[in-house]
Structure formats: structure tokens, C-alpha cells
Design a protein around this ligand. Structure first.
Ligand code: PMP
Length: 350
């Protein structure tokens, strides 16, 4: 028998490009254009290099306590991981363990079907309506779990908490995960509902609104029992996933709320300006409440615009996938970067 017969074969998730050359305007992976809080640099400087000989605190207590305080939950209700991808992958493994298919939207974060695949979880994709809105009735079917991002990605469309409450109430026997990677850019979080619904888990990240994609910090908030189950699975792989610098840096970021709010405010202001400019240039777009726009041009195919932008060192995201193959996802950069984008498009589309 060949060893190749015993391989777990998967088609991996494809992340946005990380171009190496200088001068690129990078609007393709929803990073924050601003640096993290200055308090983060100070916190990392406090780290004694000699401390690195020790294992980090496996419970990442400093960071967990800061998050618990910030979100008004108990420390036992917080789970931290290496980016929300890590938290989500562990959650799939922990909570989506039945025989029924799990449910998520047809247009959504393209890691969900990859995790389902790698963990052998059956899944069903529920089609969004023609305005990319969630049809809640689709999530009232019998299922093995539910995951929905809010705002959704890559559409940026925000749904109201009442819609999720209806889905959560209709599914008392399933875990419902709300992926709030982009919630800080203008949405209402489901975190305040975790004590009310014992099947709700909310996942967030430091990669976008806290400007720390490079640190890899994500977290989940739920009831104590769910967090315990998640920790059991995590500690069955690796007890020390959060390294010392990320625990310190993450804690400092959470404590500097003024800076956090200021950064978000800047991104939102630039987003709203960019929306108006792109509309003026003949784009149709969703009313994104995230740190990116989802746009289609009335005349010029998205793929052509994508390639033209790339040739001119402006990177955005394009997927050659059903329903979204005439759309671009454009991360909100600084005012200056968005002005360069708008100027280029103005010329290109003229
Ligand atoms: N969820 C959604 C909807 C995302 O777009 C992303 C970013 N790729 C993530 C989760 C993961 O982000 P991270 O692992 O950087 O926290």
C-alpha cells in the first residue's frame, strides 16, 4: 500500500497576497493602515529577553483579564488564540462535531468551507438574497451548527442583532458562532447576549480594528462551559499558543481605548469618503460597515480593474467565484492612499 493513500488531502485557504516590493498600496487583506497604540510598543519593550527562556502563561491571564474587563464578562468566559483563524478552527473542531451539516452563507469568509473540509464536517451554504442579505429562515433547518460573520465578508453588509437572536432562539441544540472580525467599524456586537443564550459564541480579532494582524491575536466570548470545552481541545494540541510578546502587546492595546476609538473613527471617515468617490465614478457598492468596500462597476469588469490596479502597484482583492466574480474588495487605507486609488480609477475609467 502506498503511504499516499493515507494522506488527509485538502484544498487550502488562499490568503491575500503579501507583495514584497516597496511602494505598493496594499488594500487587499483588510489590515489597518495605522500603527497599533504607542502603548503596545512600550509594553513589548518591557519584555526582558531573558524571560523568553520560560514558557508563557498558558492561560494568558493578563490578556484574558483585560478583555473580560473591557467586555464586562468573567475571565472564564474568554478564550484567546493565535488570530481569530486559530480560535475559529478550534471552535469548528470543538462544537461542530455532529452528523448534521453546519450552515453558513454562500458568500462569506472562504476559510469556513476549508475548515469544514479539513475536519470532515458536512456543511450547507445558505444563499444570501440579491442584496447580499441573510435570509434567516434558511438557518431554521436542522443543522450541526451555524457560523455567520457580522458584518459579512467580503460584502461588508451588517445585519442587526435581532436577526441573530431569531437564529439563536430557533437553534437551541446548535452552537451559533458570530464572527465579528469587523464589528468595531460600525456594528452592534452580540457580546452582551452571551449570558442570555447558552448556545452563542462571539469571535473577534486584533487584526483589523486593533491594528495588530502581525501579532496574531483573536478571542472568543461565550458562557463558561463553552469556553472550558474550547480550552480542553486547545490544550489537547498545544498548551502554549499565545507567546509572551503577544500577551503583553494585546493587553496594552485593550487598555488604550482612546487610541482604539480614534483609529476606528479615522477608518470610518475615510470609508465614507471613498464610498462617495467610487459612486461618482460609476461603481455600485454595498453599504459596508467594515474596513473594506465591496464594489462593482457598471461598465468595466472587476477583473480588468483588478489587473490594472495591480499593474500600478495598488493591490485589492478579486475572487473568480460564482456571484462575486464582478466585484472587488477594497480595504480602507489612509486618506492619501485612497486618494491615489480614486485618482487612478478616475483616469482609468475615463
Ligand atoms: N474572520 C473573518 C470574517 C475574516 O475576514 C478574517 C480575516 N482574514 C478572519 C476571521 C481572521 O482574522 P485573524 O486570523 O487575522 O484574526
Amino acid at each position: 500500500m502506498s503511504w499516499e493513500e493515507n494522506i488527509r488531502r485538502v484544498e487550502p485557504y488562499v490568503a491575500g497576497e503579501q507583495p514584497g516590493q516597496p511602494g505598493v498600496i496594499k488594500l487587499n487583506t483588510n489590515e489597518c493602515p495605522y500603527p497599533p497604540s504607542p502603548a503596545v510598543a512600550n509594553a513589548v519593550k518591557q519584555l526582558e529577553i531573558s524571560d523568553l527562556r520560560l514558557y508563557p502563561d498558558m492561560n494568558a491571564k493578563k490578556l484574558v483579564d483585560a478583555l473580560a474587563d473591557y467586555y464586562h464578562v468573567k475571565a472564564e468566559q474568554v478564550f484567546v488564540g493565535v488570530g481569530s483563524d486559530d480560535v475559529l478552527a478550534l471552535s469548528f473542531m470543538t462544537f461542530f462535531n455532529g452528523n448534521q451539516p453546519i450552515l453558513f452563507p454562500d458568500i462569506t469568509y472562504s476559510f469556513y468551507d476549508v475548515w469544514a473540509d479539513v475536519f470532515r464536517i458536512p456543511f450547507r451554504q445558505c444563499p444570501l438574497d440579491e442584496n447580499f442579505r441573510i435570509k434567516k429562515e434558511d438557518f431554521f433547518l436542522s443543522n450541526g451548527g451555524i457560523i455567520i460573520p457580522n458584518p459579512n465578508a467580503p460584502t461588508g453588509v451588517l445585519e442587526q442583532t435581532a436577526l441573530f437572536e431569531d437564529i439563536i432562539k430557533a437553534n437551541p441544540d446548535s452552537v451559533v458562532i458570530i464572527d465579528e472580525a469587523y464589528i468595531d467599524f460600525g456594528g452592534e456586537s452580540m457580546v452582551p447576549f452571551v449570558d442570555q443564550y447558552d448556545n452563542l459564541m462571539v469571535v473577534q480579532t486584533f487584526s483589523k480594528s486593533r491594528a495588530m494582524a502581525g501579532m496574531r491575536i483573536g478571542f472568543a466570548i461565550a458562557n463558561e462551559k463553552m469556553i472550558r470545552c474550547l480550552k480542553d481541545v486547545k490544550f489537547s494540541f498545544n498548551s502554549y499558543t499565545m507567546n509572551m510578546p503577544s500577551i503583553l502587546a494585546g493587553t496594552a492595546a485593550v487598555l488604550d481605548d482612546a487610541y482604539f476609538k480614534q483609529t476606528i473613527g479615522k477608518v470610518i471617515k475615510t470609508r465614507e469618503w471613498t464610498k462617495e468617490q467610487l459612486k461618482r465614478l460609476g461603481f455600485a457598492l454595498t453599504d459596508s460597515k467594515s474596513n473594506f468596500l465591496f464594489v462593482t462597476h457598471k461598465r468595466v469588469p472587476a477583473k480588468d480593474i483588478f489587473l490594472a490596479l495591480k499593474e500600478n502597484n495598488i493591490y485589492v482583492r478579486y475572487w473568480n467565484k460564482p456571484r462575486i466574480d464582478n466585484y472587488l474588495r477594497i480595504t480602507i487605507g489612509t486618506d492619501e492612499q485612497m486618494q491615489v486609488l480614486v485618482d487612478f480609477l478616475e483616469n482609468y475609467l475615463a
